[in-house]
Write a protein of this length. Structure first.
Length: 224
């Protein structure tokens, strides 16, 4: 996972964003991502602070806001893209060879999304599904549940290769993820090579503990 699912996308993205040492940036970004969500352990926060300082030093000269956005983009790409690659390897190395990687990733995003949920705070009172929700109430929006809506997907729990797509994992409309095309391109670059050159290994899959992400701890394949 470190070398392929995280390392390759972060090095490629770091190069395009102008970092002086993209290879060294990858572990620093991973350290920041580990403390990205509230509730991180103090030791993880300390490591993340040091990593941010290292990433600032690697970044090209720019206003502070531009540098912060550059680092933020790298952090957003770290775990979620790694989880997408891991899930695509799990499902895709046994998928028909004629299935385009883009279609494979679309179905992986529906059935086994790397980002399981997001949080929002209501800005107005509303009625949702017969339940009254007050202003300022926190909501947990579950992508994995919405992606299995039987009204949209007749076989919600089956990996479908002839009718892939329909995932809400990247959001939609005004709240859609602005980096969705970048994430898919980075993931496809790794998954394409693995599909051509590797076969799956029959091994149990374990996942890193996280409240909203689903990222495998290992990525096991064998050369064909």
């Amino acid at each position: 996972m470190g070398e392929l699912a995280r390392g390759v996308p972060l090095v490629v993205l770091g190069e395009r964003l102008g970092l002086a040492d993209p290879a060294a940036a990858a572990p620093a970004v991973t350290a920041v991502a580990a403390a990205y969500h509230p509730g991180a352990a103090p030791a993880a926060v300390t490591r993340a602070d040091r990593a941010v300082a290292a990433l600032v030093a690697m970044s090209p000269p720019a206003p502070a806001e531009v540098t912060a956005n550059r680092i933020g983009l790298l952090v957003q790409a770290a775990d979620a893209t790694a989880g997408l690659i891991g899930a695509a390897v799990r499902h895709g190395l046994t998928a028909p060879a004629g299935l385009a990687t883009a279609a494979l990733l679309a179905e992986v995003l529906r059935l086994d999304p790397p980002v399981r949920a997001t949080r929002r705070i209501t800005t107005a009172a509303l009625d949702l599904g017969g339940r009254s929700i007050r202003v300022g109430e926190p909501l947990l929006l579950r992508f994995d549940a919405a992606n299995r809506d039987p009204a949209v997907h007749p076989e919600p729990d089956r990996f479908v290769v002839d009718r892939p797509g329909g995932a809400l994992t990247f959001g939609a409309g005004a709240r859609g993820c602005p980096g969705s095309r970048h994430a898919l391109a980075l993931a496809a670059g790794v998954v394409d090579v693995l599909r051509r050159r590797c076969a799956p290994v029959d091994a149990p899959v374990s996942y890193a503990p996280h409240p909203t992400l689903r990222v495998p701890t290992r990525l096991e394949v064998t050369l064909r």
